[in-house]
Each structure stands twice: as structure tokens, then as C-alpha cells.
Design a protein around this ligand. Structure first.
Ligand code: ZN
Length: 53
């Protein structure tokens, strides 16, 4: 369980840093989203943040 938890935490942290933002309404979407979940626009941009070192 501990190993899986660590893996999931690392995955969640990466997922939190990589997501798509809708240019139309500014909603946050999942990384594999093709359309905005709010306004269904395809005008999505990548939001990428580096971890602070
Ligand atoms: Zn939208």
C-alpha cells in the first residue's frame, strides 16, 4: 500500500502541474481533454508549471 500511495502521489503531482485551460472561459480541463468541459470549445491551451527548486 505504501509503495502504491507514493506512486499515486507522484502521479497526482504531475497531473496537477500539467493540465489544459480553455481560452474561451478559462476552465481547467484534464490533460487528455479535447474539448472544454464547460463551454465545449476546442480552444484549449496547455498549462505547464515547473516544480520549484
Ligand atoms: Zn471553456
Amino acid at each position: 500500500m505504501v509503495l502504491t500511495d507514493t506512486f499515486l502521489i507522484q502521479l497526482a503531482q504531475r497531473r496537477r502541474l500539467h493540465y489544459k485551460i480553455c481560452r474561451r472561459c478559462g476552465a481547467r480541463n484534464s490533460p487528455d481533454a479535447e474539448k472544454c468541459r464547460k463551454c465545449r470549445s476546442r480552444n484549449l491551451r496547455w498549462k505547464k508549471r515547473e516544480l520549484k527548486r
